[in-house]
Each structure stands twice: as C-alpha cells, then as structure tokens.
Ligand binder design. Structure first.
Ligand code: URA
Length: 210
C-alpha cells in the first residue's frame, strides 16, 4: 500500500520543478519540463502494482517472467491542466485507458463546477490514476474523486505536481483511501486559492493563455 502522501524528492524531479516555478521559463520549456517530470512521477505512482507472471522464451530458455496483472489501468485527466500531466504519463504507460473530468473553479466561491465527464468502462476493475498538476484548495480534486467513485472506481491514486497543506488535508478528510503522489507540498494558499510559492496558474503556463 502506498502511504497517504508521497513527496518525490528525487533530485531530477526537484531540479525540473524549480525550472517550472521560475516565471522566466517559457511556455514551450514549461510544457517540455512537465512532460519529463510527469514521467518521473508516474514511476512513483505506479509502485506496488499487482504483478503476475507470463511464460515466455528468451533466446536462452523458457522462463516465467513478471508482467502487470489485471485490466489496463485508467488515467483520468482533470481538465484542463490535467492534460499536461497526462501526456507524459501516457508515454510511460501507452496502453492505459484514458478518461476526462471537466471541472472549473468558480472564482468567487472557489467551488468546483462540473462541465464534462467521460471515463473508460469497468472502472471498478481498474487501478484509476487521477492527474491534476495543482492540489490547491482540494475542492475540485475531492469532487473529481467523488465522481470517479460514483462511476465505480474503488482503487484510486492521485498524481499532482504541487500540493498545498490545506489541499492534502481536505483530500485526506474526504478520501483517506486515495494515496497522493506529488513533487512538493508548498507553504500555503493565498486568498484566491493559489499555491504559494507555487508556479502560478498551471493551465495558463502550459497553454500560454496569459
Ligand atoms: N491552480 C493553479 O493552476 N495554480 C494554483 O496555484 C492553484 C490552482
């Protein structure tokens, strides 16, 4: 079982994260770094997957070799910023099934509003990895996990780039069964729900919308 919170302190992850935080980093560089870092985080979030063995023949002899067990896992991108993480994770796990949860944050209430939901079938038989770069207030992450559980998912992990202490606590209170993997738990949230020191608006930085 993964811990409820895993902070990936690997030097490559931390170095890339610093480059991403820097406001002088361009949109193209930000996107490339996100792709690279998401593969390193994917390595962590897929620890302790169920394994089985398969009979194969090497050029030398037959052997029972380890392979992943069960149905293909499901990657769920929490739109829109989740797509930046999704691309890198998919490079590492190309056979994963992919779903999307569309939530936007009402800027006055900071509460999530759903506008899209499309996920693979048989979620109950799959490991489900929900991806969203920023675990800020935790409200939209909790709402996304609520929707995934309602759709049948029972084995869920949450992958993000940055988390706030408040976001981690909110997720732990609502979904203690969902392990979180992140590159950093930052200091705090500001009154607009942005992570401090953070990296700004992840969607704007990856898509160049500001
Ligand atoms: N979403 C972002 O993109 N950045 C934050 O700091 C918080 C939420």
């Amino acid at each position: 079982m993964l811990e409820h919170l895993t902070v990936v302190t690997h030097p490559l992850v931390q170095h890339k994260l610093t480059l991403m935080r820097d406001k002088a980093t361009s949109t193209a560089e930000f996107r490339q770094l996100l792709r690279e870092i998401s593969q390193l985080l994917a390595y962590e979030v897929t620890r302790e997957l169920d394994m089985t063995t398969k009979r194969i023949e090497t050029p030398m002899q037959p052997m029972d070799a380890p392979v992943l067990a069960g149905k293909k896992l499901a990657l769920i991108s929490i739109l829109r910023a989740g797509n930046g993480l999704l691309d890198g994770v998919l490079e590492l796990i190309p056979s994963a099934r992919v779903g999307f949860v569309g939530l936007y944050r009402d800027e006055d209430t900071l509460e999530p509003v759903q506008y899209y939901f499309k996920v693979p079938e048989s979620l109950e038989d799959r490991l489900v990895i929900a991806v969203d770069p920023m675990l800020a207030t935790g409200n939209s992450s909790v709402a996304a996990i609520d929707l995934l559980k309602k759709a049948g998912a029972t084995n869920i992990r949450f992958l993000c780039l940055l988390a706030s202490p408040e976001g981690v606590e909110t997720m732990k209170a609502a979904h203690p069964d969902v392990p979180i993997v992140t590159a950093s738990v930052d200091e705090s949230l500001n009154d607009k729900g942005y992570i401090i020191p953070g990296l700004g608006d992840a969607g704007d930085r990856m898509f160049g919308t500001k």
